[in-house]
Design a protein around this ligand. Structure first.
Ligand code: TXA
Ligand code: MG
Length: 349
């Protein structure tokens, strides 16, 4: 299959292009599109055949449910059994935006889309191209991140092309994404809403709207021994080819520790990659050293993390060390993804 690539941004969204992209979805095809978090791999959420195609294109297990993307509030009601009051409040505060909520599904949502579950994940993205595309596609676009299973989520169209060329009908190139990590997922089907995946919308932000929100205990540690409540979180996603270890401690000691390992590993034939920050990067002596951004503004780190992991893959780095990050605010999402990429390997010094 020839994958067509078209460019669109807020200023340039030609009607014919939107109709073409929307038409592909309506006729059961797949289109990757930009959102504010990461690129999505879209298909018609109400067409079981489209969802099957999404799993096949990604190489993803079909028990891992998809997020249904909508563009307006009226479109929520037909796909859910009920809209709890708390969900209404969160939608007023954070939709459109990087928040996914889980509801009891209605009968029109096929089990192929929900991975066999009676619940459905719904998100209304704020990216103008995403919104226009979802409308043009008929209102309901099922979309996981547009990476091949096991690769980091794509933060620009170039990475979607790497993973999906020849596997889907179209890629809408809307430039680099804003946030760089996937949406916050909150389960609204339980009495006390529960965060299943941390993201840009933090617990503190949610608790400004609802009195109290709980968290899946498996998000930041393996200690509970339980399975994560979001089926997708049990997979070792985001795994770089290189063996990743996080090193946590004071700045000086972390730099010293990592630099000390490098010559031994190089002697064994390894190519060593290091993820540092603006204030430390010049001091590292690895083969490839990349700054993720500034600790003063961790949104910069969220935006760069997946790109860096992909670049290490391209550069055939075999061992990776990363600094650890403060888990306040967006830092919790950064550490959640980093811990998963590292298979929870973290050294405290
Ligand atoms: O930011 C995002 O959410 C991006 C963009 C494209 O919108 N999408 C995304 O989709 O990250 P995906 O498929 O890569 O991750 C969806 C996660 C998976 O961990 C899945 O298990 C969970 O959402 N999920 C989906 N439906 C669920 C449900 N009914 N119950 C529990 N978890 C669910
Ligand atoms: Mg994903």
């Amino acid at each position: 299959m020839e994958t067509q690539i078209i460019r669109m941004n807020e200023q340039h969204m030609a009607k014919e292009q939107l109709e073409k992209a929307g038409g592909i979805i309506k006729s059961g095809g797949l289109v990757a599109f930009p959102t504010e978090t990461v690129y999505g791999l879209g298909g018609d959420a109400l067409n079981p055949e489209s969802s099957r195609k999404i799993y096949a294109a990604k190489g993803r297990p079909s028990d891992n449910p998809l997020i249904v993307h909508i563009a307006k509030m009226e479109d929520l009601e037909p796909i859910v059994k009920e809209i709890p009051e708390a969900a209404r409040k969160l939608s007023e505060a954070f939709w459109p935006g990087p928040l996914t909520m889980i509801f009891q599904k209605s009968d029109i949502v096929p089990y192929e889309t929900t991975g066999g579950l009676d619940t459905v994940a719904v998100r209304m993205p704020v990216h103008p191209v995403a919104m226009a595309f979802i409308e043009a596609a008929g209102g309901y676009v099922a979309a996981p991140s547009a990476n091949r299973s096991g690769r980091p989520s794509p933060t620009s169209a170039k990475y979607v092309e790497e993973d999906m060329q020849g596997r889907i009908e179209m890629i809408i190139d809307g430039g680099d994404v804003e946030i760089g990590l996937e949406s916050t997922i909150v389960d609204m089907t339980v009495e006390k809403p529960m965060i299943l995946r941390p993201g840009y919308i933090t617990k503190e932000m949610l608790e400004e709207v609802l009195q109290s929100v709980s968290e899946d205990q498996t998000m930041m540690s393996l200690e509970s021994g339980q399975a994560p409540k979001a089926p997708g979180m049990k997979y070792r996603h985001y795994a770089p080819k290189g063996d990743l270890t996080i090193v946590d401690g004071n700045e000086e000691q972390v730099v010293e520790y990592i630099n000390k390992q490098v010559p031994f590993l190089q002697k064994e034939g390894h190519k060593v990659g290091i993820i540092g920050t603006e204030s430390t990067i010049a001091r590292y002596q690895g083969d490839v050293c990349k700054s993720a951004g500034s600790r003063q503004d961790e949104t910069t780190i969220a935006k760069e993390l997946y790109r860096i992991l992909r670049e290490f893959d391209d550069e055939d780095v075999t061992v990776i060390f990363s600094e650890s990050f403060d888990t306040a605010g967006i830092g919790q999402a950064i550490m959640n993804r980093l811990l998963k990429a590292a298979g929870h390997k973290i050294i405290h010094i």
